[in-house]
Design a protein around this ligand. Sequence first.
Ligand code: NAD
Ligand code: TYD
Length: 354
Amino acid sequence: MTFMKNILITGGAGFIGSHVVRLFVTKYPQYRIVNADALTYAGNLENLTDIKDQPNYIFEKADICDTARITGLFENYNIDTVIHLAAESHVDRSISDPLAFVNTNIVGTATLLQAAKHAWKGQEEGKLFYHVSTDEVYGSLGDTGFFTEFTAYDPRSPYSASKAASDHLVRSFYHTYHLPVIISNCSNNYGPNHFPEKLIPLAINNILNKKPLPVYGKGENVRDWLYVIDHATAIDTILHSGKTGETFNIGGHNEWKNIDLIRLLCKLLDEKTGQEAGSSEKLITFVTDRAGHDLRYAIDSTKLQHELGWVPSVTFEEGLSKTIDWYLQNSSWLQHVTSGAYLDYYEKQYHESH
Ligand code: NAD
Ligand code: TYD
């Protein structure tokens, strides 16, 4: 069968990647989707059981730092489009192990860029290297203002610094080698399949297990939350309608102080699990602040909304409700990912024995 596009999605077994893979596999049967993922602790093929047998889907266990393996994928599948999501993605882990972030996020991205450059040399027309990045490259805001596409980069954690470096490499390949690239920088995602080391799924898991809810510092830090499926639809829109060489910010104007968000999660979970109102809030525990903790992220996605007409599909209340329902209905997924290595990570991060 001849496909209209042959798309390599890296990191497709992770949280956001699995939603992007599902969207593309189901919406575009005329595209072949090759999911290349190293299956680190964050990669989980259980995220994709519903689409794994689709005729336009292929999984390849591959490390993006492995030049021979990546070059082979470009050749074997005649790859014309890359959606690059594979990364080390958790700020706390970047504080304890920064080199893993340098390796995957910087060396891995450079390796992929080189492979694309090599495969597409002289035939760049119709090709696209779409790089998925984060708003954290812009640094930390005070109480006012928003990140726009023109905000100067000012990363402050090893995670955001490694993502910023990868964005710079992608742009350098555009300017130097005319590689057709697009970059998007998105705010914090939440939704089904989110690994419970990040705030929202960690809080849901701890509330369900009646474990303390660790709030860093005073819980005053602000994050701008977007439902993961809305990130996937934004990537779809930008990939099909965005101009190469451009950058798009993605976000839904949805800022929450961590402590307010945790209280809302407690309230929703009390209601959904039939517990007495106020019982989950008692689990809130203020713990030592994260080193170099960015105060506030807030994204201005006017360009994406006005130029390409993308809008988020759900309100935060709807998205959170769907998310909690997913975790309540998928307790075996949660159990699988919170056994083994997760317990060691948790103990190290929160100095708590399990
Ligand atoms: P995740 O940690 O859930 O998933 C990352 C995936 O990449 C995993 O499946 C993992 O196995 C894979 N991977 C890691 N190292 C690899 C390697 N060397 N080779 C191949 N695969 C490898 O991350 P996520 O939250 O889904 O984030 C995906 C992308 O989106 C990242 O690039 C991240 O920077 C970006 N992003 C995330 C958020 C967010 O809120 N989570 C927001 C904006 C942008
Ligand atoms: P996180 O989900 O790790 O995303 P990021 O750091 O990339 O924004 O954290 C979201 C916010 O929640 C951030 O301000 C740190 C805070 N946080 C806690 O207060 N407690 C926790 O246990 C975690 C994981 C995060």
